[in-house]
Design a binder for this molecule. Structure first.
Ligand SMILES: [Zn+2]
Length: 121
């Protein structure tokens, strides 16, 4: 089963290689979906769950949101396109979040990048 949690953060970026207006500094209200897959646990505090939503929330908050929220993404990620940001998020979550299955990063209401565990196989 897959479970999914949504997050938001605000950040600025500039895309130096872009031929259009994204070459100017601007900001986005990013929306991040974090999907974890696994079997239902049969004992312990997360019995009946794939993973406690609070566990996902804490990991994403400390490893991603607290680092990127209200920052200029170029200070952390080189050429921070939506695709490169979602790759950075994966690299910072995967080690601590077993079962990480899919990330969806919405840069605008209509544009997103999707990274799946199967992309690494
Ligand atoms: Zn942009």
């Amino acid at each position: 089963m897959q479970i999914r949690k949504h997050f938001r953060f605000e950040a600025a970026h500039v895309l130096a290689h872009h031929a259009g207006k994204c070459a100017r500094m601007h900001g986005h209200s990013y929306r991040l979906e974090v999907a974890v897959s696994g079997t239902l646990q049969t004992d312990g505090p997360a019995t009946g769950m794939v993973m406690d939503f609070d566990t996902i929330k804490e990991l994403v908050k400390t490893r991603v949101i607290d680092v990127l929220d209200h920052t200029t993404l170029n200070d952390t990620i080189e050429n921070p396109t939506c695709e490169r940001i979602v790759l950075w998020i994966w690299e910072h979550l995967a080690a601590g979040l077993s079962g990480l299955d899919e990330l969806v990063l919405w840069e605008t209401a209509n544009s997103c990048a999707i990274l799946r565990a199967s992309d690494f196989r």
